[in-house]
Design a protein around this ligand. Sequence first.
Ligand SMILES: O=c1ccn([C@@H]2O[C@H](COP(=O)(O)O)[C@@H](O)[C@H]2O)c(=O)[nH]1
Length: 276
Amino acid sequence: MESFGSRLHRATRERGPLCVGIDPHAALLARWGLSDDVAGLERFALTVVEALADRVAVFKPQSAFFERFGSRGIAVLESTIRQSREAGALVLLDVKRGDIGSTMAAYASAYLNPDSSLCADAITVSPYLGVGSLQPAFDMAAEHGGGVFVLALTSNPEGASVQHAVGAGGRTVAQTVIDEISQVNVGAEPLGSLGLVVGATIGATGHDLSKVNGPLLAPGLGAQGGSPADLREIFGDSLRNVLPSYSREVLGAGPDGTALRAAADRAVTACSAVIG
Ligand SMILES: O=c1ccn([C@@H]2O[C@H](COP(=O)(O)O)[C@@H](O)[C@H]2O)c(=O)[nH]1
């Protein structure tokens, strides 16, 4: 079984370093001329999949925008995940789960077990209950070739007050998370399957990402103000492992498929120029 790190490495080499978020905001549904209901949600998500699944390395559906329509929204999320994967894109489900280990095991079953209709290639998780509490997700991912992205330095301005806080050992909270994930990825070839989320908006923070040996998801590009040029300062020598992520910037070009493809092509060209 091929690991997630290996599959992601291959996908970004073949298709370029780009993750497109599927974030059906109410404002975007309106802009696309769609109703703010399950039918609009479904048309939005499937339009993105039809336009981009054959060229984008990774889709990142934002679960919140599907959850807001209840069980019928979750059903659309299931079909979005399935159709994206069938069409050749990897799916990183942005759910940001985190809980005590025994509950985390249930989340892992929901999102990383191939028997589940919500199974994705990878998920986002929050380390606020301690990185160790996420172990059931790491184990499930390892068993089934999945991946897990742990929040480290998020793109929102409020994140630093917690993530830059210095603990007893003199390290920041974020550096502790970075170091714990780095340990798990030691020796993985060509890339570990545990990733980190590091926003494209954070500037130089002095955090050491050099030993992560795993993917570094960089949201915050475009709508939140981050640009590909900012990635250099944030990631330094770890730039090669960065997976840049755009949602509204690309989605805003829809609903026309040609315009969506052009927006994704612009994004991947701009990111490739920096990442290589
Ligand atoms: O630090 C983080 C972690 C996750 N996100 C998510 O990424 C997208 C960003 O959307 P844009 O439209 O490109 O701003 C969204 O789903 C966030 O929940 C993030 O922004 N920052």
